[in-house]
Design a binder for this molecule. Sequence first.
Ligand code: SAM
Length: 217
Amino acid sequence: MAHFEDATNEYSTVHSSDESEVLKKLRRATWLGTTKPQMLSDPIQGRFLAMVSGLVQPKRILEFGTFTGYSTICLAEGLAEGGTIDTLEINDELEHIQDQYWEMAGLKNVTRHIGHAHKTIASGVLEGPYDLIWIDADKEHQISYVDFAVKNLRIGGCLMVDNVIWGGAVLDKEKLAKPTSGGSRIHRLNKHIANHPQLENVLIPVWDGIQVARKIS
Ligand SMILES: C[S@@+](CC[C@H](N)C(=O)[O-])C[C@H]1O[C@@H](n2cnc3c(N)ncnc32)[C@H](O)[C@@H]1O
């Protein structure tokens, strides 16, 4: 059992809206057809993304880490009429799953950018302003993705970053003493977001922790 698969998470999930039938089928297809299905968002996390997106009603969303397209569908639930999503993914072997379930969910305006997110950013194809940015990929470079996000969000736009509790490692003094550990890296990321002069943020301890930030200047 992962640290976040606890009674609180179970209670919260049972007392939250359920994921759609399409998302249930995609969850099953991801577990049956991919080598790292544990990367998939948990139902409560997906409902949280859909809730925030529904409140923001974004015209433009940017996603780092498509995987099988689950969080893309959740984020798209809140899109404004005619809104679009750019999604970044390094693995080009998942497109058949994404295409199948995006079609089932009625997603039309998704642009997939295959390749290392760093290279996609450097190529200049992604131009702000975005209304909502979700970072769920490549933990090593997340501070640079946050900085890109802040530059490319509109004022008042929303940034969310996943796995910021890192399985409890950000609370583990031994892990934090090692600057190269995953826990240390995520701890630096959390400090970077909390101290960023252009952001106000709340670290929400849902699932493995999600940073939710608003660009204020
Ligand atoms: C945790 S999964 C994303 C899960 C997805 N957001 C969801 O909720 O179901 C992370 C994804 O990021 C991709 N990824 C890892 N490093 C990347 C990079 N440097 N650039 C783009 N994508 C990357 C992985 O291939 C993987 O599919």
